[in-house]
Design a protein around this ligand. Structure first.
Ligand code: SF4
Length: 241
């Protein structure tokens, strides 16, 4: 694990704090990348609120790591829920397993359970942190460390963009960081329990998400659309921006 990558990630986080102050948040998935970022935030007492979207369909292992993180770093994770009336209406109209019916219905479920709650918490914010990495999928190959999100109108920071999967795990092991135990069972990308599976050797890291759709071009939940407009905030120079 290169110390330079850790320093660069910390520099990006500190640059984001300097630029956006209390208008910066970290909506976390609590997968392996999140473990690294939360450790950096907790270990260095960085003033970045950590939140997670509780869709109502998360695996128990995600609740377990949230609880572990809160104890380890003396941190309060903000749990954000979807609007219960929206969920009830959706389930009445489309059934409890609507995400299996069609791509459109899966996207509707992600919209109600993830995107709408995220919109609510992003209101009034100017920037957010993500744990996305280029090697996660072909669709993420063109990402930049700092992007302008055209949908939310916010700046998006990706401190782990050039980290490999091995480097993520080197960091977790070296620092004894709490992690989602589904990773011990060959899960890479972790989301809702019903929409995530383990992957086989050689499969794309995001092949375990919505695998039944069999279409890489739509394998995103809508939280992260491609953000092509680059922005270089004042006071940040150099690498990866
Ligand atoms: S990942 Fe699956 S269960 Fe979770 S919000 Fe999206 S479609 Fe619904």
């Amino acid at each position: 694990m290169s110390g330079n990558k850790i320093e660069a990630a910390l520099a990006l986080l500190n640059g984001a704090i300097a630029t956006h102050g209390s208008s910066l948040i970290y909506p976390s998935s609590f997968a392996a990348e999140a473990s690294v970022l939360i450790d950096m935030i907790g270990r260095n007492n960085l003033p970045i609120p950590v939140l997670t979207l509780d869709t109502g369909r998360l695996p128990q292992s995600t609740y377990d790591v949230i609880s572990e993180v809160e104890q380890r770093y003396d941190m309060k994770v903000q749990i954000v829920f979807p609007d219960c009336r929206e969920v009830e209406q959706m389930v009445r109209d489309h059934g409890v397993n609507l995400f299996r019916h069609s791509i459109e219905e899966r996207k509707l479920c992600c919209q109600v359970r993830k995107v709408n709650p995220l919109n609510r918490v992003l209101h009034g914010k100017t920037a957010w942190i993500t744990g996305r990495r280029r090697e996660q999928s072909e669709g993420r190959g063109d990402l930049q460390s700092v992007e302008r999100d055209p949908v939310y109108g916010l700046t998006k920071y990706n401190p782990l963009l050039d980290w490999s999967w091995e480097e993520i795990w080197d960091y977790i092991r070296a620092n004894d960081v709490p992690y989602n135990k589904l990773h011990d069972h060959f899960y890479h990308s972790i989301g809702c329990e019903c929409c995530t599976r383990a992957i086989s050797v050689g499969e794309d890291a995001r092949a375990g998400r919505w695998w039944w759709e069999n279409d890489e071009s739509v394998a995103e939940c809508g939280l992260h659309v491609i953000s092509p407009i680059l922005e270089k905030p004042a006071g940040e120079e150099g690498e990866g921006i």
